[in-house]
Design a protein. Structure first.
Length: 239
C-alpha cells in the first residue's frame, strides 16, 4: 500500500494516466484534464511535479507516459479499484451506478494483504462489473493464484520485477512468454489439458469480437482461445 508514501491526489493522477495510456503508452493533457475535472494548466503543473518525482515522463504538447515506478503504483491502484467494484457489485449487490465512487473512496486505504484476501474471496475475477475492463495482475512473484492461496502471509512472497500483459490485451503479432496463470487449480488443469503451461511462447494471430475466441500460436500450434480465458494468461512480452 502506498497511502503513507504518496498522496491520494497523486495516486488519482497516476491511475488516470494508466487508463488513458494502455493503448499507445501516452496520455494527453486534455484527456487527463477532462477525466479529473481539473483545468489543463493545473494538470500541466502537476505532470511536471510528477516528472520531478520520477513517476512520469512529460513531453510538452504531446502528453505523458508512466515510468516503471509510476506504472507499478498506478497498476496497483487500478487493480484494487476494480477488485473493490467487483466485491461491491457481486457480493454486496450494490447498483452499478453506485460502485465507482465508493471504490474510489476505498482503494487508497486497502492494504496489500487485504487486496490479496479479497481476490481470493472473489475467486480471482478477471474483469470488473461496470465496464468489463480487465483487472490487472498482482505484482507477487508467483506462477499462479493457486500457489498464492497456499501462502499464509503476503510478506512471504517476493515482488515480481517483470511487466506482464494478459494474452487478451496483446497486439496482433506480439510475442510473449507465459509467466502467470490467474485462477484456481481447475483453471491450471484446464490449460494443461489444452497443452498450455508456464514458459511457453504465445503469439497473437488475430483478435475477435466480444465473447468470441481469439487465435493464438502456442509455441508452433494454433489454438482458438476463449476470450475470458485469454484474460487469465499473462505473458512477459518479447522486446
Amino acid at each position: 500500500m502506498h497511502g503513507k508514501e504518496i498522496s491520494e491526489n497523486i495516486e488519482e493522477y497516476l491511475e488516470t494516466i494508466y487508463k488513458k495510456s494502455l493503448m499507445n503508452n501516452m496520455a494527453k493533457t486534455t484527456e487527463i484534464s477532462k477525466d479529473l475535472g481539473i483545468a489543463p494548466s493545473s494538470v500541466t503543473q502537476m505532470l511536471k511535479k510528477l516528472e520531478e518525482e520520477g513517476y512520469v515522463t512529460y513531453y510538452q504538447y504531446k502528453g505523458v507516459e508512466l515510468t516503471d515506478k509510476g506504472y507499478k503504483i498506478a497498476k496497483e491502484i487500478v487493480r484494487k479499484h476494480r477488485l473493490i467494484e467487483t466485491f461491491l457489485y457481486n457480493t454486496l449487490n450494490l447498483d452499478l451506478e453506485d460502485i465507482h465512487d465508493q471504490a474510489c473512496a476505498m482503494e487508497h486505504s486497502l492494504s496489500d494483504e487485504a487486496e490479496r484476501k479479497l481476490c481470493q474471496l472473489l475467486e480471482y475475477p478477471n474483469q470488473c462489473p461496470d465496464d468489463h475492463n480487465i483487472i490487472p495482475v498482482c505484482d507477487l512473484d508467483i506462477p499462479s493464484c493457486y500457489e498464492c492461496s497456499k501462502v499464509h502471509k503476503i510478506d512471504e512472497i517476493p515482488k515480481r520485477l517483470e511487466k506482464l500483459t494478459a494474452v487478451g490485451n496483446m497486439q496482433i503479432n506480439q510475442v510473449g512468454t507465459i509467466k502467470f496463470i490467474r485462477g484456481d487449480n481447475d483453471k491450471i488443469k484446464k490449460l494443461l489439458d489444452m497443452g498450455i503451461t508456464l514458459e511457453m511462447k504465445v503469439t497473437l494471430i488475430n483478435t475477435a469480437p466480444l465473447n468470441q475466441p481469439i487465435k493464438v500460436l502456442i509455441e508452433d500450434k494454433q489454438v482458438d482461445l476463449d476470450k475470458d480465458l485469454s484474460l487469465d494468461i499473462f505473458v512477459e512480452l518479447d522486446e
